[in-house]
Design a protein around this ligand. Structure first.
Ligand SMILES: [Zn+2]
Length: 463
């Protein structure tokens, strides 16, 4: 026998010395939610990033003596959920009450937060609720000087200060995309106020934890209140109108146009609360005149009465839409009373938003409704079925992507979050069963077992 010992390929042969995974999850159904809907068995994570995906055997080389191993035993893993429209501070201050459910309507107004400690506690409460739901990213839609004298204390500049203090600390368990607000939340705004404040510099935070890419504009109201701006009159008269500026329709539109143009000129993302088809029309027309969204990913929030033709133009102009399935469910009858059954029947056309390349995200608008994304998915699935779409695995992938990959794209962050891929951050949500076996209608039965943010476990149901 030769004295030369040829070493067997060791488990660590493909891993650089000292580069074992901190965390590995194996033996499960890992739904990457990339465009190919790839499914793996296992993931390895190091220093907050995904370093390997594949079969259990594929990641074995990454397991070192200090690697924490989660045995999935058939459980499912999704990318962390991204709720693209969730008022976290307001939700934390009101928790567990929502406006439409759980008796949250009464006492909806009045001061909720008065000082720095209360603001901090509201954010921490919201983060802990989100961690328990598998939510690892969200958009806080509207914080800024327009609400400095606001009645709730949930949306003013001091809230931004609290966010800046907490950003990137161990207390933070969800990544924040924050939109600045220069008017009143759900109320009037004007170009002069935006012009006055838009160039006030905001202290920079690590954009992986607190990104401030754009502005929120409240353009109109909501159809049930008959203050959404419609092309055709409401039964009984009136078209509704814009909340921007003052005066007649033309003057209000000029104010709205100036706001969108100014934010666009500052290279800011513009998210517009727009529910009436006329408001949506004017927003699209402004962006088209600007030559499209130009990579800034402007989007419509709510979009209740968006038309098929408008959806096609939005896609062409690089614009997206943030839809809330639970609001559609909860207000459909109320909408029909206000606009008539024919108009109400074409509201929230989710079936038309499944078109490839359309940037549509699902979200909760919590605390308007529950932040529970499982309920949103179940609701979206039943709406699609009512619209004649059979909800199978492919559609379920689309719905799940609307809560993960597509909002990451809306955040301009799809290169580092939103799907489970090597090199991306390890923001993960472990479910007690495979949602593709459960079916979208029964989503509410699924339990969130683990929430992992940046490779760190921030919620463990079984602990
Ligand atoms: Zn909202």
């Amino acid at each position: 026998m030769s004295a030369t010992i040829v070493p067997l390929p060791s488990a660590a042969s493909s891993v650089e010395e000292g580069k074992f995974a901190d965390l590995a999850l194996r033996g499960g159904r890992v739904h990457c939610l990339d465009l190919d809907a790839t499914v793996f068995e296992a993931i390895a994570v190091r220093a907050g990033r995904i370093v390997a995906t594949g079969s259990d055997a594929d990641i074995a080389a990454f397991l070192g003596p200090a690697t924490e191993v989660v045995e999935l035993a058939g459980r499912a893993v999704l990318p962390g959920i991204n709720d693209a429209h969730l008022h976290a501070v307001w939700m934390g201050a009101r928790w567990p009450k929502t406006l439409f459910e759980e008796g949250g309507g009464e006492g909806a107004h009045g001061k909720l937060l008065s000082n720095a400690e209360e603001r901090k506690q509201a954010i921490l409460k919201a983060w802990s609720v989100m961690a328990s739901l598998g939510i690892t990213s969200y958009t806080e839609p509207g914080i800024g000087p327009g609400e400095d004298d606001g009645e709730t204390g949930c949306f003013g500049t001091p809230v931004l200060e609290t966010y800046l203090e907490l950003a990137g600390t161990a207390a933070q368990t969800a990544r924040v995309t924050l939109l600045r607000l220069f008017g009143i939340l759900d109320g009037p705004s004007d170009f002069a106020s935006m012009r006055r404040s838009i160039d006030v510099e905001v202290r920079a935070a690590d954009p992986n934890w607190l990104a401030i890419p754009g502005v929120k504009i409240f353009a109109d109201g909501i159809p049930p209140m008959r203050n959404a701006w419609l092309r055709d009159p409401y039964p009984g008269g009136g078209h509704g109108g814009l909340m921007t500026g003052s005066g007649d329709d033309a003057e209000r539109l000029a104010d709205f146009t100036a706001m969108v143009e100014l934010a666009h000129a500052r290279r800011l993302q513009v998210a517009v609360h727009a529910t009436g088809d006329r408001t949506i029309e004017e927003f699209i027309a402004i962006v088209e005149r600007l030559g499209g969204a130009d990579g800034l990913r402007h989007y419509v929030i709510h979009g209740d009465l968006v038309t098929p033709e408008q959806l096609a133009r939005m896609k062409q102009a690089g614009m997206g839409l943030a839809l809330q399935p639970l609001i559609a469910d909860l207000t459909r009858d109320w909408m029909a009373q206000a606009v008539g059954p024919a108009t109400a029947a074409r509201a929230w056309p989710l079936h038309l938003m499944l078109a490839k390349g359309m940037r549509v995200v699902l979200s909760s608008d919590a605390p308007v409704t529950s932040p529970d994304w499982r309920r949103s998915i179940a609701s979206a699935a039943s709406q699609l079925e009512a619209q004649g779409v059979a909800v199978g695995g492919e559609i379920l992938t689309e719905l799940l992507r609307m809560y993960t990959a597509i909002p990451a794209d809306q955040d301009g962050a799809l290169d580092w979050k939103g799907t489970i891929e090597v090199g991306k951050v390890a923001d993960l949500c472990v479910l007690d069963r495979d949602p593709y076996m459960t079916g979208a209608r029964n989503f509410s039965d699924i339990e969130v077992d683990l929430t992992i943010v940046d490779g760190r476990t921030v919620f463990d149901r079984l602990a």
